[in-house]
Design a protein around this ligand. Structure first.
Ligand SMILES: [Fe+2]
Length: 174
């Protein structure tokens, strides 16, 4: 995705997740698309260090990253996971899955704070003091986030979709 379109998507998502509504599974899909877009942008930034840094993109991401990620995590933890527990409470390992996902949210938020500082530095036009360390930090963040999304998708979304289909089927035949 081109940078302006990616920034627009992130802007729109930031508005949505400041007061999320509608179907939680659809909202989660939006959260995953948004987070994967952020990951792709961070990867482009990591590839651009030290010579071709897009300062505008770094500045926008530095501002939006932490509040957006916090809002997405709040939505997941306050709306989606309780619903998953209600629907899938009897599924094996659901509690362990949710505990792991919440722990990863916590780690990502800590990491995002450091990352926002690094992005501010890149946006300021000052050459990073240690370009390799900055690149390493960016990669560490987006790789962990991609793993989190894949895990959330495989261990939660699929089960929830299956449960929804079963409920609908039950309604039709019951
Ligand atoms: Fe999550």
């Amino acid at each position: 995705m081109q940078q302006p379109a990616a920034l627009e998507l992130i802007d729109e998502s930031a508005r949505f997740f400041s007061a999320p509504d509608g179907d939680p599974l659809e909202a989660l899909e939006k959260a995953h698309v948004t987070q994967l877009t952020i990951c792709d942008m961070l990867e482009q930034i990591a590839d651009s260090i030290p010579g071709q840094i897009n300062r505008l993109t770094c500045g926008r991401l530095a501002e939006m990253l932490l509040p957006l990620i916090r809002n997405i995590h709040s939505f997941e933890e306050e709306t989606l996971y309780p619903q998953a527990m209600d629907r899938l409470g009897t599924a094996p390992e659901i509690e362990t899955t949710i505990t792991r996902l919440k722990f990863e949210h916590c780690e990502d938020e800590c990491f995002a704070e450091e990352l926002a500082d690094a992005l501010h530095e890149l946006a300021s036009g000052n050459a990073p003091k240690n370009p390799e360390a900055t690149g390493y930090m960016l990669r560490g963040f987006f790789e962990a986030m991609r793993r989190h999304i894949a895990f959330e998708h495989d261990h939660l979304v699929r089960l929830m979709r299956h449960a929804v289909t079963e409920e609908q089927h039950g309604l039709v035949t019951g």
